[in-house]
Ligand binder design. Structure first.
Ligand code: NAD
Length: 279
């Protein structure tokens, strides 16, 4: 019997990247998957891929910065398959290298803050608002929220992303306490650098830059979307039935290291390679 047979999962941002791999992983283990993504064409492509592999999936255009879209996304899953068991809150649309989303409390605009927080934090509260009652109807379920190593360790001039991801970890713990009695476990994942389709493009022509990243990981590689999908599968499975409110680092050991050594190495490396751009 597959781990998620009979279960229904909603994956925000499930068209590509980590969400794309997670949609395929859960579908490959029996879940019926609703891919809720702002890019409907890409979501349909992933549905085709899942169907070709024998899985069951549908796509819905969802902008997680819209309250109404989030309500409709949960309703669509329940209307289609009659229940909800898993919600993966993964969608991400605030580019960290976008001029307006970078900056300190002094420099970021109020508008950029509001737009960033709408996707990074408010969307997860709204997702739970509609998912929890639906899950409770069939005895419980699992919510997995995508945080980041950036939710715990801060990088300079990244107020919005870092504050948003720290909020994800806080909300995860709060929700775990509030919804545990209803049979709902809520966990977060803190990925390290994951080479998604988008980030692979970013590194094209900058192989030395990527190698510099790789060298910083004790396992001597950065992550693959499947690494995160596997961890999400574990957290949603019965094997993790006593785990809730946890923020699981899936980062190849990157964050267990003393950082001051890296600061010196990075400064020296950047001085030797002024042509490299670091994300
Ligand atoms: P990605 O850019 O590869 O994919 C994001 C998906 O979200 C896309 O399918 C996109 O269309 C969709 N999306 C964007 N804005 C949306 C919106 N407003 N509403 C609905 N869908 C929207 O992203 P990724 O790298 O796979 O990241 C997924 C999650 O993992 C994010 O929460 C991100 O912060 C987190 N994360 C990623 C990394 C990494 O290295 N890739 C590291 C740490 C944390």
């Amino acid at each position: 019997m597959s781990r998620f047979e009979e279960q229904v999962a909603v994956i925000t941002g499930g068209a590509m990247g980590i969400g794309g791999a997670t949609s395929r992983k859960l579908a490959s283990e029996g879940a019926r998957v609703l891919i809720a993504d702002i890019d409907l064409d890409a979501a349909e492509e992933n549905v085709k891929r899942i169907s070709a592999e024998g899985g069951v999936a549908k796509a819905i255009r969802t902008d997680v910065s819209s309250h109404e879209d989030i309500r409709a996304m949960i309703a669509a899953a329940v209307d289609e398959w009659g229940r909800l068991d898993i919600l993966v809150q993964n969608a991400y649309g605030v580019a960290t290298n976008h001029d307006q989303s970078l900056g300190s409390a002094v420099t970021v605009s109020e508008d950029a803050w509001d737009r960033g927080m709408a996707v990074l934090a408010k969307a997860l509260y709204l997702g739970a608002k509609y998912a929890v009652p639906a899950m409770s109807e069939n005895g419980g379920g699992n919510i997995v929220n995508l945080a980041s190593v950036h939710g715990v360790l801060m990088a300079p001039k990244m107020l919005i992303y870092e504050a948003g991801k720290a909020a994800v970890i806080g909300m995860t713990k709060q929700m775990a306490i509030d919804f545990g009695p209803e049979g709902i476990r809520v966990n977060a994942i803190c990925p390290g650098h994951i080479l998604t389709e988008g980030l692979a493009k970013h590194w094209e022509g900058n192989e030395d830059g990527l190698k510099f990243f790789v060298d910083q990981y004790p396992v001597k590689r950065v992550g693959r979307p499947e690494d995160i999908a596997n961890a999400i599968g574990f957290l949603c499975s019965e094997d993790a039935s006593f785990i809730t409110g946890h923020a699981l680092f899936v980062d190849g050991g990157h964050t267990i290291q003393l950082q001051e050594n890296f600061g010196v190495q990075q400064a020296m490396y950047a001085r030797e390679h002024p042509e490299l751009k670091f994300p």
